[in-house]
Design a protein around this ligand. Structure first.
Ligand SMILES: Nc1ncnc2c1ncn2[C@@H]1O[C@H](COP(=O)(O)OP(=O)(O)OP(=O)(O)O)[C@@H](O)[C@H]1O
Length: 231
């Protein structure tokens, strides 16, 4: 569903991703892990078209995405929840959600009701400004905003950073439900092992811009954890 082959990526003169290969299967839940600064966010930005690929190939649903803009991603069924949420603080919750409806893929201009079933607090707060929400509420809004577009693939960058435990559980349950009931492919960058194990069925371990190991989450053993994740 998402395939990267021999991708190299630089910031100025500094190379961040090195000959990186990744294959995310349709309907899977893949968790990308690694210590700080190994290139996880950079990899997601490459998939999203936020950063141009210096070298290599990227296809999503069989479509060559290398030269396609970031705006093309929603139309091909990719939703993105960036690190730090990036919601619009001056706009209301409803306006934040409606912004997504302008994308071409979205034929209806109504916010789908199932969004509020997943995140009831958003319905109560529709007229509240995004900037006035708590961190956990903002994260729910960020995920909801991506879901408004009915994505086939949902890509999330550390959705639990700075979020209280009960909301972390809610996000875990929502991701599992979306995958199991709607078949949405989940790609998650996550540092916290318990959450990664709970949500991911496959893991990808990165170090210094390389994929060092990948496989079934059930096979992520203590050796791999201490080699690539322990600090
Ligand atoms: N805009 C930028 N310009 C220059 N260097 C950058 C930029 N963004 C990130 N980097 C560097 O690229 C490397 C990879 O960063 P990236 O954010 O992809 O890592 P990460 O694995 O997501 O880390 P974290 O877990 O801390 O978010 C780091 O050394 C970082 O300092």
């Amino acid at each position: 569903m998402i395939e990267l082959a021999k991708v190299n990526q630089k910031y100025g003169g500094t190379q961040i991703l090195w000959d990186l290969n990744l294959n995310v299967k349709k309907g899977s839940r893949t968790c990308i892990m690694g210590r700080n600064g190994v290139g996880k966010t950079t990899l997601l930005k490459v998939i999203m078209g936020i950063l141009p690929i210096a070298e290599g190939t990227l296809t999503i649903n069989g479509v060559d995405m290398v030269k396609k803009s970031v705006e093309s991603r929603p139309d091909i069924g990719v939703g993105y929840v960036p690190q730090g949420r990036h919601i619009f603080g001056q706009l209301t919750v409803e306006e934040n959600l409606k912004i997504s409806l302008n994308c071409a893929r979205q034929k209806s201009k109504l916010i789908p009701e199932h969004i509020y079933e997943l995140f009831p607090v958003l319905k109560e707060m529709l007229q509240r400004r995004g900037g006035d929400l708590s961190g956990g509420q903002q994260q729910q809004l960020a995920i909801a905003r991506a879901l408004v577009l009915n994505p086939e693939i949902l890509i999330l960058d550390e959705p639990n950073e700075g979020i209280q435990p009960n909301i972390v559980q809610l996000i875990r349950d929502v991701l599992l439900k979306l995958n199991r009931e709607q078949g949405i492919t989940i790609v998650l960058v996550e540092q916290k092992l318990p959450f990664a194990r709970a949500v991911g069925e496959e893991f990808v371990l990165m170090e210094k811009g390389h994929v060092m190991s990948s496989g079934l989450m059930a096979d992520l053993n203590d050796d791999l954890v201490s080699q690539y994740l322990a600090v």
